[in-house]
Design a protein around this ligand. Sequence first.
Ligand SMILES: [Zn+2]
Length: 316
Amino acid sequence: MKLYQAASAGILAYAIFFSVPGALAGTSDHERVCAAAEKCRILAGGSGAGEPPLAKLVDDIVALAAAPEQNWVHTRERPPLDVSLPLGRALQSCYAKATRLSAFLLPSCLGADATDENELNMIDSPLPWPPERTKLMKAYLKHHTGNDSEKLEEPTTIVTHWTDSGPGTLEAILKGFGATTMPDTHDVNVSCHYIVDRDGTVYRLMPENLIARHTVGLNRNALCIENIGGPSFPLTPQQRRANELLINGMVARHPTIDNMIGHSEYRAFENSMIFTEKTAYRGDRWAEPGRDYLRKLRADLDARSLESRKAGHCAH
Ligand SMILES: [Zn+2]
């Protein structure tokens, strides 16, 4: 596989998804994946001796894309692409972008590593997770996503939330998340990977390789950041900075992540292939974590990306 062919695959995928939006009107996500994968397959035709498994993988993607009733989860169970090879990288970006909504894509170049996280005041505060909680979580995931694995293997998305509570509520919120079941049902309780207090202190509640219950449809693919705040208590600049550093660290740890949304935006993914909810649900319209906050957070991330590029941390 020649480097220029891999580069062409990336450029073509980019052109298909972002440069000709008119041509995409009315095109479903799975059709986009299919078109992109077909294009990659053609380009992969001459792949070198080191890359035969990729040809099979491309065929798998095409087959899955052509069968929209197949759950995207199954695709994620396939062997990961070998991104050390040029075609692996091109293909990864090809199908990753095909399944995302461009409006929520993270800037292409954040920090080169997660060391800025050292700036965070991070406190480990693991949620109690007795065997009963694992059992209930597995049952929840089986019912809602068709797959009972509670492992979060290749996160694609970060969802930011607020707790709808004011200053001084951290302890009560932690206590609430600590319960095994929901207060009003016997369902597994809600959970989240991180919670950020008003002063920017970050509490790590769960490892990033376990699924948390926080956003209908996206739990299997998303990491969660909760922030203490609500409509009467807009999130603070310290929380925004902590979110920025956490997001940067997550992206450095998980190259599969390429979008970030507020909980208020989750319904935009309802028809996308990363939305795995299998049951009827209410489709609540959350305000979290505030439109103004999201706008500023995205501006911070854009600025960080620009700085990284200027500093030569990223090639593009
Ligand atoms: Zn939320």
